[in-house]
Design a protein around this ligand. Sequence first.
Ligand SMILES: [Cu+2]
Length: 162
Amino acid sequence: MFTFTVEKTMKFLFVIATLLTLSLSSSAHKFETKYALIDHPWLRVVGEKSSIAAGYFELTNKGDKSIIFIGAKAEFAKKIEVHEIKMENGISKMRPIMNGIKVGAGDTLELKPMGHHLMFFGLKKRLEKGQMIEVKLLFKNAEALDVKFKIDSVKTNHKHNH
Ligand SMILES: [Cu+2]
């Protein structure tokens, strides 16, 4: 029999608060090392036949010297490039960045739609929405960092010109 005492109500509220905190922290999904914090890495499958995907995240340099983000490696993709978007005659075009992106001490680099992003080519398996997938982020002057990208959406007929 459920009796509604103040004590029980408090316990119940505490449990609810704990559950909320847990679900918030898991949906934020962060990856941290001594020198870097990767916040919310996510992936959007865009290519025809689901062969290409774009990846986004925020990278904060927690260290006291700059780090250079040079790209990524993943089991599920044949090739991964870092891209920038440049406007040319009113048309936005993507170009690979060859020498990496420098992130100063304390700075945050944002990879986002219509901005810098990772491009995954030749996807070897079918990626499903909601899935988490392992990617290794690479730096020129710092240790590689293993993270998990969340598959945000799968658009099979999106036109993506390269
Ligand atoms: Cu691209």
